[in-house]
Design a protein around this ligand. Structure first.
Ligand SMILES: Cc1cc2nc3c(=O)[nH]c(=O)nc-3n(C[C@H](O)[C@H](O)[C@H](O)COP(=O)(O)OP(=O)(O)OC[C@H]3O[C@@H](n4cnc5c(N)ncnc54)[C@H](O)[C@@H]3O)c2cc1C
Ligand code: FES
Length: 345
């Protein structure tokens, strides 16, 4: 059995099983409602019930007063439908609908993915969740006042922990700390979500994703988000790396491609090593795209990685017919230089 939930003012409608919260059912259907803690404490998800009934079987909704209930308000992160519902709630349509916040976090787990890439899994305090759009990034706030930007590699539906893929930068203050000193359970501060590199879901155009190295991180979040919502858009991922050992989780995009007919994965190595025994594509990753798509006029491109690659891809793709406004990118620039930068302790 499921109930039908209709949102006002958008008129969007989606099914909800009696075991799902209204928020979860909306997110599963691809509609982003505002939320913060997801456990009834912050009030970010508060909206109105115009008709129908809900219950709170799992949680005592602290941010809902008796006055709220009398006024027909509900907390959609923990309310479960007990009938069809007509509710009033603002939908998050763009990044500007989500205000960045500064939050403490704990490094729950460090996983070395390859010789120079470390995955960090960040846990927020028990009553906090970070709402974001797939592909956005956060900044770590360091003790000396400087900041380091890292993309979110997880999709919003999978937000129990935030996932970061950090590449070790020779001489880099923060990434050296991450690799050599940062203990698991380290407490950090982050600000986010930031940036406008997120999946545009109001388009049906086929998508070409171009990742260089850890530029795969935000693209992973976008593709996982799209697949979770059953997107049937054609998606082709070109992932460029120096050699085999630099492509740090190829089995994941291989799995996407094997399980979803609308996803293709094309790894490209610029400098394969003899032990790679590489029979795949070689050269610059964006050149592989240009060879395969002589006319890019019907596509959207999401491109992420080193600034040189992003800049060259932009120029060359537009020359090959890509509409200027269909190129979305994040360039992994270094943080501005600060005298006497020190690692967080
Ligand atoms: C939006 C965004 C998202 C990002 N996402 C990711 C991600 O998901 N994964 C990832 O691995 N990286 C990502 N980056 C890049 C990452 O933020 C940088 O690599 C970061 O500066 C590394 O920090 P660090 O303290 O280790 O190195 P830094 O201390 O910043 O220094 C890096 C090295 O470059 C030199 N350097 C510093 N500043 C300059 C400069 N202005 N010009 C030339 N050389 C300089 C330093 O001497 C040092 O050798 C992202 C960057 C941006 C802007
Ligand atoms: S009360 Fe915080 S998201 Fe619902």
């Amino acid at each position: 059995m499921s109930f039908q939930i209709t949102l006002q003012p958008s008129g969007h409608s989606f099914p909800a099983s009696p075991d799902d919260t209204v928020l979860k059912a909306a997110l599963d259907a691809g509609y982003t409602l505002p939320y913060g803690c997801r456990n009834g404490a912050c009030g970010s998800c508060k909206g109105s019930i115009i008709s129908g009934t809900v219950e709170y079987p799992d949680i005592q909704p602290q941010a809902l007063t008796v006055v709220d209930v009398a006024a027909g308000k509900a907390l959609f992160c923990c309310a479960q439908a007990t009938s069809d519902l007509l509710i009033e709630c603002r939908e998050v349509a763009t990044k500007d609908d989500i205000a960045p916040r500064i939050l403490p976090c704990r490094v729950e787990k460090k996983v070395q993915l390859t010789h120079d890439v470390m995955a960090l899994y960040l846990k927020l305090p028990a009553n906090e969740r970070l709402q974001f759009m797939a592909g956005q990034y956060v900044e770590f706030l360091l003790k000396d006042g400087s900041r380091r930007a890292f993309s979110l590699a997880n999709a919003p539906f999978d937000d129990n922990m935030l996932e970061i893929h950090a590449r070790l930068i020779p001489g880099g203050t923060f990434t050296q700390y991450v690799f050599n000193e940062m203990p698991e359970k380290a407490i950090m501060r982050i600000e986010g979500p930031l940036g406008s590199f997120f999946l545009r879901e109001d388009s049906e155009k086929p998508i070409i994703f171009v990742a260089g190295g850890t530029g795969f991180a935000p693209i992973k979040g976008m593709i996982e988000h799209a697949l979770h919502h059953g997107s049937k858009r054609e998606m082709v991922l070109y992932w460029g790396a120096l050699s085999g050992r630099d492509m740090y989780m190829p089995e994941l995009p291989e799995k996407w491609a094997a399980e979803h007919p609308n996803v293709k994965f094309i790894p490209v190595l610029s400098d394969p090593m003899p032990q790679d025994d590489w029979a795949g594509r070689t050269g610059f990753v964006h050149h592989a795209v240009m060879a395969d798509y002589p006319d890019l006029s019907a596509y959207e491109v999401y491109c992420c990685g080193a600034p040189g690659m992003v800049e060259a891809a932009h120029k060359d793709f537009v020359a090959q017919g890509l509409p200027e406004h269909e190129f979305f990118s994040d360039a992994f620039t270094f943080a501005p230089k600060k005298p006497q930068a020190t690692a967080p302790t």
